[in-house]
Design a protein around this ligand. Structure first.
Ligand code: HEM
Length: 152
């Protein structure tokens, strides 16, 4: 929402600058969005493949299976694709529950969190995603541990 508002605000400012007709209009252009990480992840097709494989691996991992065996896989995968797209600078905007709410019904500890990250790393590796790109995505997701880990 903030992003939409700030985009709107920039559009209004640009409009005002253009209406003023001054040379200032040239300096008021909106910079292009930085979607480099999204592109490095293979954009939408890359993210769909990554998340498909991620879910297969989550279900196959004995540490993660108890959490994921009964979930609506199609729904969770779609939410993950949208989330990874958004945090990597792509054009998606996730509207689902925030991370605290989404994980509130489960007891998730630090070890569980680290295990999920490990499985995500394996999935990225299997997709041939460069190590630096892997780390960039993980850096975007890591701060979410504050909302997701909810048990000691
Ligand atoms: C950086 C780490 C994580 C991210 C980015 C993440 C992201 C997400 C997202 C986007 C959803 C979909 C929520 C929705 O819209 O319904 C979800 C659901 C879920 N997450 Fe996570 N998650 C993370 C860590 C974990 C961990 C550590 C566990 C458990 C060990 C976990 C277990 C689940 C389960 C079981 C669901 C499905 C809940 C349901 O549909 O009932 N997640 N997660």
């Amino acid at each position: 929402m903030n992003r939409i508002l700030s985009t709107l605000a920039r559009a209004l400012l640009l409009g005002a600058a253009l209406a003023a007709g001054g040379a200032h209009a040239q300096t008021a252009t909106t910079p292009p969005a930085d979607d480099a990480l999204y592109q490095q992840l293979g954009a939408q097709p890359g993210l769909v493949k990554l998340v498909d494989d991620f879910m297969v691996r989550l279900l196959a991992d004995p540490r993660m299976n108890p959490f994921f065996k009964d979930v609506d896989q199609a729904h969770v995968k779609a939410e993950l694709v949208t989330q990874f797209c958004e945090v990597s600078g792509g054009p998606c905007r996730r509207k689902g529950p925030d991370m605290k709410q989404a994980h509130a019904g489960m007891d998730i500890n630090k070890n569980n969190f680290n295990a999920l990250v490990e499985v995500l790393q394996q999935a990225m590796q299997a997709q041939g995603i460069a190590f630096t790109t892997q780390n960039k995505l993980l850096a975007k997701l890591a701060p979410m541990h504050r909302d997701i880990i909810n048990t000691p």
